[in-house]
Ligand binder design. Structure first.
Ligand code: NZQ
Ligand code: ZN
Length: 395
């Protein structure tokens, strides 16, 4: 087993009515003037935003609201948030939403005490020394940002948009309020994309170059099998509390390092997807469903037995001991069928509604490797040409 450190400081308050504790938690983590940050319409429409603001007001906590975060959250909104927090003297950022709102909150939190351009952190030009505390009321299980140290921001300032992630333990949220009932209103597509992302956060860790993690692998496999079952139940009945709750908790476990230490994971599928969502503004989970099967077929020979184990233990494929590669390929094909069955696309064409061009493929592969200066992935180290080939296989 490789060395690792495990750090998951977020206080999770889970269950029906959990948002009732919001004011108490804000105070516990030092908040007295809060930025309530949210997305488009869902938190307003459901009444959650009003409820949370009402609870803060009732306890004498001052707050200011900033909505309008879009999926694949933008740097321009982050800068608006930084200016507002400085003007109002905000001391805690409360995200009401999913990965996009929480990531935008983390970026604002880094930017408020920093004199330079917050993009410096994402561009790798500087590292923050401090940041404001961040917390969330989660409304969509998917990105796992409610417990993670990561945030992913799209720079919409230039002509060519860049989507880059930045990870730092100082931004791990102080608390996360998770009420599965708040996810009943999720559209089927977002539910399925969320489950795809949750499983991929586990798979990125599972397909690593050092596979001696017996207990962690067993947790990872159980989580992935559970998600495969639960997703069909909630697609059939969106108000199925029991299965919504399994998915919600799995979303956090999949990305808080319980299913594997992030730093040892592969992450190529994520990096390759980030270029798709930067160029075509697609849903992250749907992009992952398109990329993973092609990535898997491209890298499989690095460790066929790992793919056999995945096929048998997660996808329920019968092990043909005379043909390990055949078994591994059946596992990948089964995953592809699963994606289709839950309404996820199987190709870039299905994802964006048209053929991707060779020029676009080359541009994405270039951006993914910063013009060939870096590689992606650890299970197999991928260079620019490898990544272009994976886009072609997925087209
Ligand atoms: O904007 P509103 O109206 O709220 O609608 C949102 C949005 O359109 C909607 N939604 C959320 N909760 C809802 C709801 N609709 C109805 N009922 C509810 N209860 O869902 C849509 C998607 O929301 P978003 O926050 O974008 O989803 P997700 O949590 O999947 O986040 C995606 C972003 O997270 C990044 C992705 O790249 C993407 O930018 N990631 C962040 C990670 C991290 N910080 O650790 C890791 C991930 O791998 C990922 O890269
Ligand atoms: Zn993800």
């Amino acid at each position: 087993m490789k060395d690792f450190s495990f750090y998951a400081p977020t206080e999770v308050v889970f269950g029906r009515e959990s948002e009732e504790k919001v004011a108490q938690l804000v105070k516990k983590y030092g908040g007295s003037r809060v930025l309530v940050h949210y997305g488009g319409q869902s938190a307003k429409r459901s009444g959650l935003l009003d409820k949370v603001c009402g609870l803060l007001a009732k306890d004498g906590i001052e707050y200011v609201e900033l909505g309008g975060v879009v999926p694949n959250p933008r740097l321009s909104k982050v800068k608006e948030g930084i200016a507002l927090c400085r003007e109002k003297g905000v001391d805690l950022i409360l995200a009401i939403g999913g990965g996009s709102v929480i990531d935008s909150s983390k970026a604002i939190a880094y930017g408020v005490p920093y004199e330079g351009d917050v993009w410096d952190f994402y561009a790798g030009k500087a590292a923050p020394e401090t940041c404001l505390p961040v917390a969330s009321v989660l409304t969509i299980p998917a990105a796992g940002s409610e417990m993670s140290e990561a945030s992913v921001i799209t720079n919409d300032e230039g002509e060519v948009w860049l989507k880059l992630g930045y990870s730092n333990n100082i931004s791990r949220p102080k608390f996360a309020i998770m009420n599965p009932e708040r996810t009943f209103t999720l559209p089927a597509y977002q539910t399925a994309a969320g489950v795809t992302d949750i499983m991929l956060h586990t798979m990125e860790r599972y397909f690593n170059p050092d596979c001696d993690m017996t207990v962690t692998d067993a947790i990872a496999e159980a989580l992935m099998r559970t998600m495969k079952d639960c997703v069909f139940a909630v697609l059939k009945n969106p108000e199925d509390y029991r299965n919504r709750a399994q998915i919600m908790w799995a979303g956090s476990l999949a990305h808080n390092d319980v299913t594997g230490y992030r730093v040892n994971g592969d992450w190529a599928t994520h990096q390759i997807e980030h270029e798709l969502s930067a160029m075509f503004d697609v849903t992250h989970g749907a992009g992952l469903a398109v990329v993973w099967p092609s990535w898997a077929r491209y890298v499989m020979k690095e460790n066929v037995s790992r793919f056999v184990r995945f096929a048998v233990n997660v996808m329920g494929v019968e092990n043909d001991y005379t043909d390990p590669e055949g078994t591994a390929l059946k596992g990948i094909a089964a995953m592809e069928r699963f994606y289709h069955a839950i309404g996820m696309p199987n190709s870039i064409h299905e994802l964006i509604g048209r053929e991707v061009t060779e020029e676009e493929i080359v541009e994405m592969a270039n951006k993914c490797t910063r013009n060939g200066t870096i590689t992606q992935g650890k299970f197999k180290v991928l260079r620019m040409e490898d990544i272009a080939e994976i886009y072609r296989m997925a087209r």
